[in-house]
Each structure stands twice: as structure tokens, then as C-alpha cells.
Ligand binder design. Structure first.
Ligand SMILES: [Mg+2]
Length: 282
């Protein structure tokens, strides 16, 4: 049997990776993998929208046979494959196989601001830029090659708070015109970008190309909040603790009863049921 996208607005799925499409512990999509494949065959774009770097996401896309655009470093930049049907804005930068729409401040500025804000508030922070590969491996459970890709930051600096008050630090970072958010394992400092802004820009490009579209967002943590606000419907999967992240109530956010990729698979199969026409067996 073959599945086809039903006629009507194009469905686009924006998804977080760590703790959502990928298990927070094993980084494997497990039960979500076959659903991802079904989305691909049905022509439903699945846009990875993660705090991971472009290098990490490109490696993952290859493994998962995903050829859609993606959003890296918590919304810092959008990467659109050269062969994409989308019309690129003039500001897009050419980076080999991808055109890149840059949104976030450069990581050098983020590191400066983080240091200054930490000093001001008496917090002891350790940014990924200061860490050794070994340290990143220990903190993330990644293997050396993957950790090296994770360290290729351009628009988002992950950091740990060794001591100090995260509230004061966040306030000081905001006072300087930057934002602080929290992912699965790290705090992040960002400048002028978030997942929501990137989702909005990419949604506009899809709309310009395909007309009406309907967007869905799947995530697990606080840094997905701007993404949830930017999509038509959002879905929150559970943390490995079997609980949902504490997020403010959002009218269009559904809490899904499944941890990480298990929850992802449930949502995707529901979306496929709603969206896809199955051709009768010949
Ligand atoms: Mg996550």
C-alpha cells in the first residue's frame, strides 16, 4: 500500500531533536524512525529545529534520510538545501550544499556577554567554548567525533552554571539585549534569535512557495516554547522522568503521553492518519 499526502494545505512538522525525536539518553530515534520514513514517503517535510550545530544535524539527516531544510543552534540559523524549491531571500549566504539564513549573533559576542554577565552577578559559568572535548563527552554522553561536531558553535553558546543564581544571571543577560534559555542538559545564551523566529521565517518561505500550509511543532523543553508559539499546533512529549517540562499554559499545546521518541511516534502516526490517503491494495 502506498501513502499520499491528502489534498489541501501542506503539512509541515517542526521538531526538536534531543529528548524529542531522539532519546535524551541514547540519542536514538527508536520507535520514531519508521514514522519519520513514512512522513518522508508521504511528502511531509520534517524540519529539525534544535540546539545542535549544523555539523551534528547534517550527520543525523544523512543517517535518517532527511533532505528537508533545518534550523540549527536554537534558531541561530536556517539551512536550506540548494535543491530546495523554496525561494531564498537575498540575504541568504552560500555555504556549499546549503544556503544559510543567519538570525543569531555570532558566538564570539555571546561568549563575551556571558562572561561579563556572570562576573556582574557573581555566577560561575562554564561555556562550551572553554570546555575540552573530554569534558563535553562527559557532560553529554556523546562520543568524541560527535562531541567535536557539537563544539562547532556559531550562533549559540551552551553553558553550565557551576554556582550562582540562574534568575539573576538571566536578568543580567536580558539587560544586555541577549537571551538565556534552558535545553535538556545545558543553559544557552542567544543573541536576537530563538526557535520561534526561525520557524516563522521558514514558514513564510514555505507559504510563498506552496500557498496555504499548516504547521505542527514537537518538543520537550523550555527552549521549544518559542517554536510552540510559532506553529499552528504544538505537542509536548514527556521527559525521561515520565513528566512534562514545566511550561506556561499555551492554548494550542497538547501534552502527549509518551517519553521522547515514543511520544513523537504517537503524534506522527496521528498526523499521518489525519493527513494521508492510503491507496487501496491493488
Ligand atoms: Mg529537547
Amino acid at each position: 500500500m502506498k501513502e499520499y499526502a491528502a489534498p489541501g494545505p501542506l503539512l509541515i512538522i517542526f521538531t526538536d531533536l534531543d529528548g524529542t525525536l531522539l532519546s535524551e539518553e541514547t540519542y536514538d530515534p527508536g520507535p520514531a524512525r519508521p514514522l519519520l520514513e513514512r512522513c518522508r514517503l508521504a511528502g511531509i517535510p520534517v524540519i529539525f529545529c534544535s540546539s545542535k550545530t549544523a555539523a551534528e544535524i547534517i550527520a543525523l539527516k544523512k543517517d535518517l534520510h532527511n533532505t528537508d531544510p533545518f534550523i540549527a543552534e536554537n534558531g541561530g540559523a536556517i539551512y536550506i538545501p540548494r535543491e530546495s524549491a523554496l525561494t531564498l531571500p537575498e540575504t541568504a549566504r552560500d555555504m556549499g550544499a546549503y544556503a544559510v539564513i543567519e538570525i543569531g549573533a555570532p558566538v564570539s559576542a555571546l561568549r563575551r556577554v556571558l562572561k561579563a554577565a556572570a562576573e556582574k552577578t557573581g555566577a560561575d559559568v562554564r561555556g562550551m567554548g572553554e570546555m575540552t572535548t573530554k569534558e563535553v563527552c562527559r557532560l553529554t554522553g556523546l562520543k568524541k567525533a560527535q562531541a567535536e561536531m557539537a563544539m562547532e558553535r556559531a550562533y549559540d553558546e551552551p553553558f553550565i552554571l557551576v554556582s550562582g543564581d540562574p534568575g539573576y544571571l538571566e536578568e543580567e543577560i536580558r539587560r544586555r539585549g541577549y537571551t538565556m534559555t534552558r535545553g535538556g542538559r545545558f543553559f544557552h545564551i542567544l543573541g536576537g534569535s530563538d526557535k520561534g523566529k526561525a520557524v516563522q521565517i521558514l514558514t513564510r518561505l514555505y507559504r510563498a512557495c506552496f500557498g496555504a500550509i499548516q504547521s505542527r511543532g514537537i518538543g520537550d523543553a523550555e527552549n521549544d516554547l518559542p517554536m510552540f508559539k510559532a506553529v499552528d499546533l504544538g505537542f509536548l512529549v514527556k521527559k525521561p522522568s515520565n513528566k512534562w517540562a514545566k511550561l506556561p499554559p499555551l492554548p494550542r499545546l497538547t501534552r502527549v503521553d509518551g517519553v521522547g521518541p515514543r511520544g513523537w511516534a504517537q503524534i506522527a502516526s496521528r498526523l499521518l492518519r489525519e493527513q494521508v490517503i492510503v491507496s487501496p491494495p491493488a
